[in-house]
Design a binder for this molecule. Structure first.
Ligand SMILES: Nc1nc2c(ncn2[C@@H]2O[C@H](COP(=O)(O)OP(=O)(O)O)[C@@H](O)[C@H]2O)c(=O)[nH]1
Ligand SMILES: [Mg+2]
Length: 300
């Protein structure tokens, strides 16, 4: 499946909702209300939905105005809103050696899978990633990363079961230098006895990486699950405050009708969207492009 059609099909559930509020409708106040509702249902956020609707209304269209015209207008507005949060992550331009990426997020959000997907992209660009299994509490987590490492023929660094993740993270930088890995991807745990424990552990990992290289971690990527809904904002709040977040990746856009959540997130936090996850396979991580995304959620 081509790159664009993959994004489009991933966002089909979202676009179906929005498009059906527009297509073939007589353009009147009722129409505008329905469009606003559809945008809110797609989780673009009430504020943004209202703003978009007002922009459309301000055009003072006639009943003859074609739905297609409105669609194009929405695409233009959404693209403009999101364009500042595109990133060139996929260009693979890393400016440290080794470049250290810390991957964080709640359990089940897609961290381990996304680490593998990122590694694969960078590997195909000629880099030499090292996957670090810092979720040492669950043997299954290490096995999952090892499975992917084997599959994409990338190097992996693991510790003994229940090894200290911070110590492992520290050592992984030495390992990368010995091994000539120019990219270190640290996969972390998402669940602990409680939230404070998890955050304390992540802080410790960050500190120990910094002890090894004062400039590291060079990027902290927060993985969010596109199926989460509004509580995703709580997750961002917590990780942003306690650990810091340089970029966001939203996974599982293929399964959600709430693909608009990305708009609300960027407007609130102004953090770049590095990529979007559109499936479980290794090549199902796509760069985030504002125009493509806007077209996809409007099925254009
Ligand atoms: N459909 C879909 N599933 C995904 C995506 N990303 C991850 N997953 C699945 O979500 C589940 C949890 O992923 P995992 O990487 O183990 O999450 P972690 O607990 O954060 O490490 C797995 O079954 C993945 O295959 C995505 O973009 N789309
Ligand atoms: Mg995991």
């Amino acid at each position: 499946m081509s790159f664009l059609s993959k994004i489009k099909s991933a966002l089909q559930k979202t676009s179906r909702e929005i498009s059906s509020s527009i297509a073939g409708k007589k353009i009147d106040e009722n129409f505008v209300q329905q469009m606003e509702d559809a945008l809110i249902l797609a989780d673009v956020g009430v504020e943004t939905a209202t703003e978009l609707t007002e922009k459309i209304s301000a055009r003072r269209f006639t009943p003859e105005t074609q739905a297609e015209e409105i669609k194009q207008l929405l695409i233009k507005e959404i693209t403009a809103m999101l364009a500042p949060y595109e990133s060139n992550f996929f260009a693979g331009k890393i400016d440290h050696n080794p470049y250290v990426i810390l991957v964080i997020g709640v359990n089940g959000n897609g961290k381990t899978t996304t680490v593998a997907k990122i590694a694969n992209i960078f590997k195909n660009l000629g880099h030499r990633p090292l996957l670090v299994a810092a979720d040492t509490f669950r043997a299954a987590a290490v096995e999952q990363l090892a499975y992917w490492a084997h599959k994409i023929q990338a190097d992996i660094f693991t510790g003994k079961e229940k090894a200290d993740p911070a110590g492992l993270a520290y050592n992984s930088l030495d390992k990368a230098r010995q091994n000539n890995n120019d990219l270190v991807l640290i996969d972390t745990a998402g669940r602990m006895q409680n939230r404070d424990d998890l955050l304390a552990e992540l802080e410790k990992i960050k500190r120990s990486v910094k002890k090894n290289d004062a400039t590291a971690p060079h990027s902290i990527i927060l993985i969010l699950d596109g199926l989460t809904g509004q509580s995703v904002h709580n997750q961002v709040d917590i990780f942003l405050e306690k650990i810091g977040v340089d970029g966001i990746i939203i996974t599982k856009l293929d399964g959600t009708a709430k693909g608009g959540a990305l708009i609300a997130l960027t407007r609130k936090y102004k953090i770049p969207i590095l990529a979007v996850g559109v499936g479980e396979n290794i090549d199902d991580l796509k760069p985030f492009n504002a125009g493509e995304y806007a077209s996809a959620i409007l099925d254009a």
